[in-house]
Design a protein around this ligand. Structure first.
Ligand code: CTP
Length: 405
């Protein structure tokens, strides 16, 4: 999934021939899952029509402070537009618009929105080669960079003037790639490795039967997506589930039994910064696995079970700097049992699920959890979607690393 997915992008278009390329730019943003609103300077409307951009962005396009066609709602609120945006991109940014941005010359809606924006601002200059190299333009670029804006450098090639050189607006694909790379490089968990266990384990009885549980794996997979969306590299060790991943930062290691999960966890553990054990690992497995299918015979049939290894406890024993998060599924004496698990497994945090809470547990889209840390601070959360619980867990991990979302 692109880092632009779900982002609100305010695209400012100023009046240069490269404006015609913004139709492709809007399409690429939308394709990446972004929401786009467009502000045009009056001059840019000579190069591309508002209708094209409103059709592609599926939103009204703004270009003046007043909306003459609308009797009731006359004012186009530049502050609202600016505060709506997660990102503002000015493309093409002509020499004139760059100068206005640098000097705060607020004579159109685009500059008014730019001056009101609190989000990151990117600008993609487009002008003739001598204008691009002119000391006043370069000084304006320096100003804008000092303000914290990011320049998407112009490219070289044939220019509208007939001359050839640097000054062409970066191609729409390059603008999208530039912003994507830039946002990815700034993700808060970039460089962190997180190991996550998910799903049930299946413990074989014979070649066709097993002991398992109802875990869907959704909670662990949602945590993995959340972590990867924040830039972490994720090792997701999962028992059999129907869940899938889309983020390339998630490396799935499929396992079946508790023993396989144990071995996979230990293979990666030394190298990771945090662990979230969301798997519902079988506590017992058949002591003897029949090599052939067991035939029906006596009235009663007894399977002798032996304990599986406690994966999380074994990781707790070897803990160096890893931030260790476990889950506890309880039906009675929840808090006391969860506290005991923190101590027994040497955890930093436990996510307690109570099956007494309606909407919590296996196979549900929602979960109601209580966080208990190793100092026994307790924080009870509302009933939320599993995605929102995953986001809360990632917030805890970020707080541990001294970061904020
Ligand atoms: N866990 C594990 N390995 C096991 C059993 C559990 O890694 N063999 C992990 C789970 O992934 C979870 C935590 O330990 O993060 C607690 O699991 P839970 O089933 O609630 O607790 P148990 O330790 O199995 O204790 P009990 O079943 O007696 O409550």
């Amino acid at each position: 999934m692109s880092v632009l997915n779900g982002k609100k992008i305010l695209l400012g278009i100023s009046g240069g021939i490269a404006a015609y390329k913004t139709a492709s730019l809007v399409r690429l943003f939308i394709k990446a899952g972004a929401h786009v609103q467009v502000i045009m300077t009056p001059a840019s409307k000579d190069f591309i029509t508002p209708l094209t951009l409103s059709t592609l962005s599926k939103n009204p396009v703004y270009s003046s402070f007043y909306n003459q066609d609308d009797e009731n709602e006359k004012w186009n609120n530049h502050v609202e537009l600016a505060l709506w945006a997660d990102l503002m991109i000015i493309a093409p940014a002509t020499a004139n618009t760059v100068s206005k941005m640098a000097n705060g010359t607020c004579d159109n809606l685009l500059i008014a929105a730019y001056l009101s924006a609190k989000c990151p601002v990117y600008f993609a200059p487009a002008m003739d080669l001598d204008m691009y190299k002119h000391p006043s333009t370069l000084a304006n670029f320096t100003f804008l960079k000092q303000f914290g804006n990011t320049i998407i450098p112009a490219e070289s090639g044939e220019l509208a003037s007939g001359l050839s050189g640097e000054g062409r607006m970066a191609e729409p694909e390059h603008i999208v790639a530039f912003i994507t790379d830039d946002l990815n490089s700034k993700l808060p968990l970039k460089g962190k490795k997180i190991l996550i266990t998910a799903g049930p384990t299946y413990e074989a009885i014979d070649p066709v039967r097993f002991i398992g549980n109802h875990s869907s794996g959704k909670m662990g997979f949602d945590i993995a997506s959340s972590a990867a969306n924040l830039g972490a590299s994720v090792i997701l060790i999962s028992g059999p589930t129907n869940c899938t991943v889309s983020n390339p930062l998630i490396h799935v290691i499929p396992v079946v039994s508790a023993e396989e999960m144990y071995l996979a966890c230990h293979q990666f553990y030394a190298d990771v910064d945090a662990v979230v054990a969301a798997a519902a690992v079988a506590d017992y497995r058949p002591k003897h696995v029949a090599q052939q299918k067991i035939k029906k015979a006596a009235t009663n049939f007894v399977i002798e079970l032996e304990k599986t290894k406690d994966i999380l406890a074994s990781l707790g024993l070897l803990k160096k700097n890893q931030f260790l998060i476990g889950f506890a599924l309880e039906t009675e004496n929840e808090i006391e049992n969860a506290k005991l698990k923190i101590q027994k497994k040497n955890l930093d945090l436990i996510v307690l699920n109570s099956l007494q809470d309606e909407g919590a547990g296996f196979g549900k889209a929602t979960n109601k959890v209580t966080f208990i840390d190793k100092f026994f601070h307790i924080e009870s959360m509302e009933l939320k979607s599993k995605e929102a619980v995953a986001a809360d867990i990632l917030n805890k991990i970020m707080m541990h690393f001294g970061m904020q979302r």
